[in-house]
Design a protein around this ligand. Structure first.
Ligand SMILES: [Zn+2]
Length: 370
């Protein structure tokens, strides 16, 4: 069996690079030709790449997703699923959705862009865990809101919204936390600690709960690569990822878990979560540890992009209107929050007398996981 590796162009360039890092790095030379056993760095060998093979990432995959008809059909599928929860709106509205990639089950990974490119950029993600229904509704609604009110993003903000990162998990009889390959997309990012810890933590702490399975390799999932691609392409100054039902705001990024006085940049980044809290009826804020392979770890901890996880209180589809009322102001504030990352972020002489933010919040809460 031969691995087919197609050339990548345009938007797919980043993906090609990621594949090289995330998967091919673990293939030895002969494996390309003969497909012998492949080691994953954890003492486990496979006769073929588990779940996802590089053949999935072909040009045809990208072309199919770009067909407007594919997005239109997909929006119709989401609308039908919406009706099961008595959500009567049209989720996609008139937003100009784009899709460069599609999932294993052929669904386009849609996203939309709003505002002005040269301003600071916010990436908003929903539906990473597709059994968490309320964030999906909220993210789609915010996209329609920006589309219908162009002045909200306007000249001051640049916003990228991917409202349904795991469409295969959502468009099921019973939506699931994992994608079609049974992978928890918030554990599959290639973080530095992935090979050391992802499977160990899954086996020990999570007692092998399948819904939290990180995969046998990192970066195997197209939905993971989709998020990385958006981060690489748009270089967001901050990220807001919406989940449920833990009921708090969690921050990862500059200043998170720092025990020394924060730099002014760190303090400013960290104040973002406080600002969202204040405009959301003083929503609870926690400083929560991140997991191997999570977005908070990948983007916030490793790449210093302020990353806020908004955990809504429930996944109850009847609560969507209430959550919109509660969190629209905070999300709108997020996209306008004046934080632009600077190269000086890590310079030690930038430390000033800002109050360490983390002392105000508990370091851990319970055993729940984002
Ligand atoms: Zn979640």
């Amino acid at each position: 069996m031969k691995l087919r590796v197609t050339s990548y162009s345009g938007a797919a360039t980043g993906l090609g690079r990621l594949l090289m890092l995330g998967t091919f790095a673990w293939l030895s030379g002969p494996a390309f030709g003969q497909m012998k056993l492949i080691e994953n760095g954890l003492g486990q060998s496979f006769s073929q790449l588990p779940f996802v093979s590089p053949t999935n990432f072909s040009d045809s995959l990208i072309e199919q997703a770009r067909q407007t008809g594919a997005v239109r059909d997909f929006c119709q599928q989401v609308k039908v699923q919406y009706q099961r929860y008595k959500w009567l709106e049209n989720p996609c509205g008139n937003v100009k959705w784009r899709a460069d990639l599609h999932t294993r089950l052929g669904r386009p990974l849609i996203y939309a862009e709003f505002g002005t490119v040269s301003t600071e950029t916010t990436l908003l993600l929903g539906g990473v865990h597709a059994d968490e229904l309320t964030p999906i509704n909220l993210a789609f609604r915010f996209a329609r809101y920006l589309d219908e009110h162009p002045g909200i993003a306007g000249a001051q903000a640049h916003v990228i919204i991917a409202p349904l990162v795991s469409p295969d998990g959502f468009l099921r009889q019973h939506p699931t936390r994992t994608n079609a390959n049974g992978i928890d997309l918030n554990r599959n990012f290639f973080t530095a600690d992935w090979y050391d810890k992802a499977q160990k933590i899954w086996q020990q702490n999570r007692r092998r709960v399948l819904a939290h399975f990180p995969g046998y390799f990192p970066n195997t999932e197209i939905e993971t690569l989709f998020q990385i691609e958006l981060i690489d392409r748009y270089r967001p100054d901050k990220i807001l990822s919406i989940h449920a039902p833990l009921g708090f705001l969690d921050y990862d990024g500059p200043g998170s878990g720092v025990l020394r006085p924060l730099t002014s940049t760190e303090a400013k980044a960290k104040r973002l979560v406080k600002a969202i809290s204040e405009s959301s009826q003083n929503y609870k804020v926690v400083d929560y540890t991140f997991y191997p392979g999570s977005l908070g770890n990948y983007a916030g901890n490793e790449r210093h992009i302020p990353t806020v996880t908004l955990e809504l209180q429930t996944t109850d589809p009847r609560k969507c209107e209430a959550y919109w009322q509660q969190f629209e102001p905070g999300i709108s504030q997020t996209i306008r929050y004046p934080f632009v990352r600077t190269p000086a972020l890590d310079l030690p002489n930038e430390i000033d007398n800002a109050t360490p933010f983390s002392t105000q919040y508990p370091q851990k809460i319970g055993k729940k996981t984002i």
